[in-house]
Design a protein around this ligand. Sequence first.
Ligand SMILES: [Mn+2]
Length: 451
Amino acid sequence: MAENDGRLPIPCEPLASLPSVRGAERVTLSLPIRWNGSDLSRFCFVHAADLHLGTRFHGLAMRDEEMARHFAAATRRALERLVDKTIERQASFLLIAGDIYDGEWRDAAAGLHFAAQMARLDRAGIKVVTLRGNHDAASVVRGRITLPDNVVELATARPQTIEMDELRVAVHGQGFADRSCAENLATRYPSPKAGFFNIGLLHTSLDGRPGHGSYAPCTPVDLEARGYDYWALGHIHEFEVVRRSDPMIVYPGNLQGRSIREKGPKGAVLITVEDGRIVGEPERLLVDAGQFAEVQLSIDGIEEMHDLWLALSELCAHEPAAVEGALHAMRIVLTGQGPLHGPLVAMGNTERVAEAQAAADRKRGDVRIEKVKLRTRPSARPAADNEDMASLDDHLSAVAEDPAVKERLRAALEQIGARMTAGVGQFSEQDVEALLLEGLATAQQRVDRGD
Ligand SMILES: [Mn+2]
């Protein structure tokens, strides 16, 4: 991509402020791009979504304040890296498909940071088209700072089209007015502009994704029916090419993982267009400044605690390294069955985390243990030697297998989940099972110790 080299230092014409047109089906705005006189039949653009600037990391802060600070800074750093890469790759424009902010601003810091990064793009002659998602819907985030003229935010009342005539690109989209959006916005998007490369920008849960509520629901068939070339989606925090072609439909994922539910590398995608057609696959631009990872280790066949921590050290050594200055927040899930189960339950969470941290530190300096989850089982118990113990064993096994108990546990978990503003993923059968086992193990330990 050298086509955009040698941009002339012609300042961009400022955009007229958004006209307020009532009842209009479609509002078209022309977005002048800085044209350098070279062949513009090939260009590239960057598609990002779900920046969630201002995320609070409450849960993480309760366990590890330093790690919460690191990830709060990482959400800002990820945006800086996105801007670095967008300039480096000489993209013609950047699309942000909603949820720039995690919620209403506590102060101007998040808005100022976004404005400063957009200004860097402005100075490089790169346009930005954004819209509001459920987290930063017009009624949710009221804070505002005047953004540089290269940034256009699409309307929330009706679909709007941004045309970049020099590139022959039209971007169609509509943002969220409110946090919830049960309407299918996509079906109202305008017809494609003939002779242009048409892009649909949309914040949506599509026809449902596990662990996500329904926002601006629609199906890939609805999107296909619009006749566009590319759909730049936002909302789902996992990178996904929903469809490879006719049209290509992509979720870039969020810019920065924020919890163990958002594992692995995060970033945006770079799309290259030549003669009005997409060339190749979306290229991931990874920009995150910290990742969440999960490592599973079985206690099967391990007799001594010391050997368990050694085994964990080895496992940590094999996890891929994070990028420079980044951090792995690692969750350890202990599974299997054996004599270490009891002592692991007895040592308590704080000590388990400390031992796991020490195990990781033996091999590398970029891992921070986020949590140690116990999904272990005790060794098969020898037959109880008195009637009391026999009846306790019977009772505990009966509890463990009682579907009503599991149902109540699940209901309790869902109640807790509903109270968490950030939302939680759906609880799996495994989660319920693990909680049950931990409870039973604690009961058994107490009986064994005579508590
Ligand atoms: Mn969203």
